[in-house]
Design a protein around this ligand. Structure first.
Ligand code: ADP
Ligand code: MG
Length: 382
């Protein structure tokens, strides 16, 4: 007998249609300090072509460039507002209907992840803009449909994932919190501090305190901040004030990821190497998860790291996810930039022309040490 498809089935099915992870790349400008370091060190090896693509020198053949395409490309002139309105603002309204979302800043240390996520008072980044707008949207929506009478409340939690341990930045004595899944496949962290925020000042107060807690942890171990993931969670709860008192919760994760640089090349040793191993493996898992989602593979390896396990209900599935890969322009960062681009790319094409006419001479002198894995690949393929 043919199975009748009810409207509920259709709704459930459409909810399960996985959404792709959208990927944007942001190229930061040269900083003053770098400009002073001298011209030779500071030739650009990458530049934008249009609002979705860029080109980078091909180190294997300097008469070629490689073109990469993304969902969005933000060049050196792009503002914090452009990045936010182009890639983040459009997903926020989903939070008010109980859907989940996540925004990541990926890339090597110094490429602009914290600038993109947090920014500074003169150039606020994604976090303060999104929190401000969500508070405003929740205020506007509260009580706006008189027949159903909904109210909205917003709360925040802030954790750091370091060496596969989840630490509560709002209550630093919680150093190794567990991650659990409930019967509805929702991911939760029992014992995690959650603070209600009704104004931006509330958010600021908790966020500043949590950031200080992170700094304390970081100064005990130099450079920890670039080797841990900072995960801010904003929960939007929608509650019906009349029978049947329904409730929906939308979660937004805003994540400043650990640096994606290859520490084998930067010569980190001992504890550093152990740490970078942990980071690299969780970033590696993240890249496998994003890849599997975007290719529509049946198995998504969320359980292979704490970070992806935490994000299981907010990355892929019906969640709305945006990855912003940050890169720096200088040739000193060439291989880290290339790794970040290969992680982010929707498509790549080798084009038969040098990087640019004026710098053909410069491109011809473009010399970088081959990364170990490339050398290995070359050796084994022979
Ligand atoms: P990361 O967090 O990836 O290590 P940062 O965000 O700290 O990198 O950026 C390194 C430096 O570059 C900081 O001084 C930051 O203010 C600056 N910077 C990064 N991106 C930009 C940008 N798009 N425009 C101006 N300055 C930037
Ligand atoms: Mg940073």
């Amino acid at each position: 007998m043919a199975k009748r498809v009810s409207i509920m089935d259709a709704v459930v099915t459409s909810k399960k249609t996985p959404t792709r992870v959208r990927v944007a790349v942001r190229l930061r400008p040269f900083m003053d300090r770098e400009d002073k370091e001298g011209v030779k060190e500071q030739r650009a090896c990458v530049r934008g072509l249009d609002s979705q693509s860029l080109e980078i020198v091909n180190w294997r053949n300097q008469l070629e460039t490689m073109h990469y395409q993304f969902d969005a490309f933000y060049g050196t002139e792009s503002t914090q507002r452009e990045v936010y309105t182009g890639s983040v603002y459009p997903i926020l309204s989903n939070l008010l209907t109980g859907q989940n979302a996540s925004v990541f800043a990926y890339g090597p240390t110094g490429a602009g992840k914290t600038h993109t996520m947090l920014g500074n008072p003169a150039q606020p980044g994604i976090i303060p803009r999104a929190v401000r707008d969500l508070l405003q949207m929740a205020r506007a929506a509260s009580g706006s449909s008189p027949d159903e009478n909904w109210t909205f409340s917003i709360s925040m939690s802030y954790v750091e994932i370091y060496q596969e341990k989840v630490m509560d930045l709002l209550e630093p004595k919680n150093k190794d919190l567990p991650i659990r899944e409930d019967k509805d496949h929702k991911i939760l962290i029992p014992g995690l501090t959650q603070k209600t925020i009704t104004t931006f000042a509330d958010f600021d107060e908790h966020f500043i305190q949590a950031s200080q807690n992170r700094t304390v942890a970081c100064t005990k171990l130099n450079d920890r901040s670039s080797r841990s993931h900072a995960v801010l969670l904003i929960k939007v709860q929608k509650s019906q004030q009349v029978i049947p008192f329904r409730q929906f919760t939308g979660k937004l994760y805003l994540i400043d990821l650990a640096g994606s640089e290859d520490n084998r090349r930067t010569g980190n040793q001992g504890i550093r190497l152990k740490e970078s191993g942990a980071i690299n493996s969780s970033l590696f898992t993240l890249s496998k998860v994003v890849d599997a989602l975007n290719q529509g593979l049946p198995r998504i390896p969320y359980r292979d790291s704490k970070l992806t396990r935490l994000l299981q209900d907010s990355l892929g599935g019906s969640a709305h996810s945006v990855m912003i890969a940050n890169i720096a322009p200088g040739e000193k960062c060439y291989f880290d930039t290339l790794t970040a681009l290969n992680f982010a790319a929707k498509s790549k094409q080798v084009i038969n022309k040098p990087f640019c006419q004026e710098t053909t001479q410069a491109a011809a002198q473009f010399t970088v040490k081959r990364p170990r894995e490339d050398m290995e690949a070359l050796t084994t393929s022979r």
